[in-house]
Design a binder for this molecule. Structure first.
Ligand SMILES: [Mg+2]
Length: 193
């Protein structure tokens, strides 16, 4: 029984605050109203497909919209410097971090120091449970999980396998069901663990 409980508890580390189809569905006004000031965003398969290099107009509009709502935008990627920098420059993103090694906390700690926002004023958007949602929960910040742009074409087979088995376990425990999205508002009763 104890073992069973512990397993469920660990699964909560993979529970996003909000689950949406795409970054395009993010309700920025709602985030703003809930006190979010800093938006950390994954790059690959969240804003751009792994095989693309140029940000779409939708991405450019999204970033403009974040600034319009007076929130700070930070690109937070595990990818290498050249790819992240190239994308950031084309998208007009001033704050970008590469090689973040999510779900490790190193770069997250740096962000917290550099930007000086409270944990409850930050949110992370990303497409992966094992990197994005996990690092957000470990750092005690909110998260938005979105579905990857290039589904089934993951460059990393291990991550793909882990994602699939996690989705199965989360569904079994009724924590999260793949493809059943929230409305986009941030829940009032957000809690982790
Ligand atoms: Mg990604």
């Amino acid at each position: 029984m104890q073992n069973y409980k512990r397993k469920s508890l660990l699964l909560n580390y993979f529970k996003p605050s909000i689950y949406l189809e795409s970054y395009k569905k993010v309700n920025l006004a709602s985030l703003k109203n809930s006190g979010i000031k800093l938006l950390l965003c994954d790059m690959d398969n969240t804003l751009i497909g792994w095989n693309q290099r140029v940000p779409s107009n939708d991405v450019l509009n999204f970033i403009k919209n974040v600034h319009y709502h007076n929130m700070e935008f930070v690109l937070f990627s595990n990818n290498i410097r050249s790819r992240v920098e190239n994308f950031a420059k084309k998208a007009g993103i001033d704050n970008y971090f590469w090689d973040c090694k999510k779900p490790l906390l190193g770069k997250m700690k740096l962000i917290k120091k550099l930007f000086d926002y409270k944990e409850e004023e930050m949110i992370l958007i990303g497409d992966q449970l094992v990197t994005d949602v996990l690092v957000a929960n470990r750092a005690h910040i909110k998260s938005i999980l979105i579905s990857p742009i290039n589904r089934d074409v993951s460059s990393n087979k291990l991550v793909h396998y882990l994602e699939n088995s996690l989705f199965k376990k989360l569904a079994q425990k009724n924590i999260l069901h793949e493809g059943f999205y929230d409305e986009g508002d941030i829940g009032g009763n957000y809690e982790i663990l």
